[in-house]
Design a protein around this ligand. Structure first.
Ligand code: CTP
Ligand code: CA
Length: 229
């Protein structure tokens, strides 16, 4: 159906959106995770359905109602997300990595719950780096499809501004678009609204003012559609 009078400009296309935050378990009851709620990913799915796409959502630990009309694939860890993204991206016209994968995972999973010891000494948990899924998806591409979009939650620091960090990240990742959120003041996470800058590998800069995540979602699809030639 046509929502908000949007064009059906994704009709006949397969789009894949990752959403949420991955969890890396250290024992049966504990994990390393992050604050991503999945709201932006689900808004992207809802917007793409409204524009006529076939939509696959790879959802990592999202506690929200499923977006109507999309296929949902549930995952837990970054490794699961990686596997499902490669499968779904194989025939995709566009891929948006809105999920927040944990950058590190415990080097080992302990089958029995880690117990406190009488001497009060805390365990050292050794971490190893997870694969970079976005980088892999870009590397696996053999033509201009799929158009690939990354997200970046950045804070400015003494070395560079939010946008400078984001430009460097876009170049490093090699994707077509990077959606940048400034998270300096605890903004964005778990909210229904956000503001963002959409950077293009073709040097475009589009500022999306503070507003509903569904509006940002449509702006992202607008930018994707422009690059689907
Ligand atoms: N990403 C990914 N796989 C990872 C980490 C990140 O695919 N293991 C994707 C995210 O989904 C996002 C983009 O890469 O679309 C940027 O994520 P971000 O965490 O900002 O980038 P990192 O390379 O992990 O850099 P940082 O050290 O700033 O966290
Ligand atoms: Ca990261």
């Amino acid at each position: 159906q046509v929502l908000e009078g949007r064009p059906q400009d994704l009709t006949g296309l397969h789009v894949v959106v990752s959403a949420g935050g991955t969890r890396e378990y250290l024992d049966p009851v504990r994990f390393l995770g992050n604050r991503s709620s999945g709201r932006q990913g689900y808004a992207l799915a809802e917007a793409a359905v409204a524009r006529g796409a076939r939509v696959t959502v790879v959802a990592a630990n999202v506690a929200l109602p499923d977006p109507a009309g999309a296929e949902i694939v549930r995952v837990v860890s970054t490794e699961d997300l990686r596997e499902q993204m490669h499968l779904a991206a194989a025939d995709a016209d566009a891929v948006v990595m809105a999920a927040a994968p944990a950058d590190f995972r415990p080097a080992e999973f302990v089958e029995a719950k880690i117990k406190k010891t009488a001497d009060g000494v805390a365990p050292d948990i050794h971490l190893v780096e997870n694969p970079d899924i976005l980088l892999e998806l870009v590397g696996a591409r053999t033509s201009k499809r799929p158009v690939i979009v990354g997200f970046a939650a950045e804070t400015g620091d003494a070395r560079a501004s939010v946008i400078e960090h984001a430009r460097a990240k876009l170049a490093r990742k090699g994707c077509d678009l990077l959606v940048v959120n400034d998270v300096s003041a605890g903004k964005v996470f778990g909210q229904d609204e956000s503001e963002a800058v959409i950077l293009g590998a073709d040097q475009t800069v589009e500022e999306i003012s503070y507003g509903p995540k569904i509006r940002l979602a449509h702006a992202i699809w607008d930018a994707v559609v422009q690059r689907l030639d």
